[in-house]
Design a protein around this ligand. Structure first.
Ligand code: ATP
Ligand code: MG
Length: 353
């Protein structure tokens, strides 16, 4: 989804993900058909401001634009990144996604028909949002529709676009595009896969369950309860401080029976949401989920992949956004420790390369 009307191929690009617990920046470059990891950097919210970068209640970023820009500048300086062109991700909950059917029509009739339908689905005046859309089902003919087709519509409030424009400008960056996180995950983790995939991002604050069918995003739904809540629960139940709880979570996770006992209700809640989403998809599209790809820092919880596999009886994979990207061999070990949490930043940097 491109929000600014120029289609250029860039040699180097930054992808920036402002998450609740940290900001992640990835710089990728393209040489011929090879994509190379040039640089990456992260700033945790605790380390920088002792409060999260954003809330999960839909009110977006908790800090001022200039505080966020300062954190971005600190990452760029520390990682010695000089590239200025950047794609930013925005939280899924600040974007509206909807799909709907349109009857056969010509190319000229399409934009008006989409706008007309958009009015019914977008809970905001169309003058306050920027729309983007794509034909996701049915046969397009000369850009028009030769049969009844399905359209995926995305709307971003203009206030959000302006906010990210300001953050980019305060950080001396050239904003190329902004896009909902789900599209970044898809681009980074679903490579030419013909399957019906459930992409689950388990972050610090929220979980997003996406369904991708033949490479197209079909459903996306977010809810709270996540990595940080898991840490709180461990801290309370085992009577240890948050730091110790975070350590236990990352090192032992579900593999330690005392921890598993307190963690399983939270994990089961996530699994129930996945089951609900796949049930709905079965009803609407008549298809089964064939594979689950996990992303987000909390997908690294020890034992989680096996637990998902046993509970959902579906192939489960922890997404590696650096797969297929060139990087120095010495980085392998450190990238493996956090790669699923970089999926959105990588997906953003890949866009337009
Ligand atoms: N090895 C690990 N095991 C369990 N949890 C981990 C591990 N590594 C990181 N985490 C957790 O992952 C979370 C951070 O993930 P991520 O960077 O994807 O979140 P975020 O993007 O900042 O948050 P959100 O997407 O909710 O806005 C933290 O809660 C952290 O404790
Ligand atoms: Mg995130």
């Amino acid at each position: 989804m491109i929000w600014f009307p120029f289609k250029v191929s860039y040699k180097n690009l930054l992808g920036i993900d402002i998450g609740t617990s940290s900001i992640k920046i990835v710089e990728l470059s393209r040489r011929g058909d090879k994509i190379k990891l040039e640089n990456y950097g992260e700033m945790s919210a605790d380390a920088f401001y002792e409060k999260p970068f954003r809330s999960s209640d839909g009110s977006m970023l908790l800090l001022s634009n200039s505080e966020i820009a300062k954190a971005i500048l600190a990452i760029l300086e520390e990682a010695k990144i000089s590239e200025k062109k950047a794609n930013f991700s925005i939280p899924d909950f600040s974007t509206f996604f909807v799909d709907f059917e349109l009857p056969p029509m010509t190319k000229n009739e399409l934009p008006e028909a989409v706008r007309f339908s958009a009015k019914q689905y977008i809970p905001m005046p169309l003058s306050e949002v920027t729309l983007d859309w794509a034909i996701i089902e049915g046969a397009p003919k000369n850009g028009g529709l030769s049969s009844s087709s399905k359209i995926l519509l995305v709307a971003i409030p203009n206030t959000i676009i302006r906010q990210y424009q300001e953050i980019a400008s305060l950080a001396n960056l050239k904003l190329q595009s902004i896009e909902a996180e789900a599209f970044g995950l898809l681009r980074a983790l679903v490579k030419e896969d013909k399957k019906t995939i459930c992409l689950v991002d388990i972050g610090a604050q929220s979980v997003t369950v996406n369904i991708v069918d033949k490479g197209i995003l079909k459903k996306s739904h977010s809810f709270d309860i996540s990595g940080n809540e898991i840490t709180q629960v461990i801290s309370k139940s085992l009577n240890v401080d948050v730091k110790e709880a975070e350590y236990l979570k990352r090192e032992k996770g579900l593999l330690l029976p005392e921890l598993a006992k307190v963690l399983i209700p939270l994990v089961d809640f996530i699994i129930a949401e996945i089951e609900k989403t796949s049930h709905n998809f079965r009803q609407t599209d008549g298809k089964e989920i064939e594979k689950i790809i996990l992303a987000g820092g909390s997908s690294l919880l020890p034992g989680l992949k096996k637990y998902f596999l046993e509970a959902l009886k579906t192939e489960v994979e922890i997404g590696d956004p650096f797969l297929g990207i060139l990087y120095p061999e010495v980085l392998s070990e450190s990238l493996a420790k956090f790669s699923p949490s970089y999926a959105i930043a990588v997906g953003m940097a890949l866009k337009g390369l």
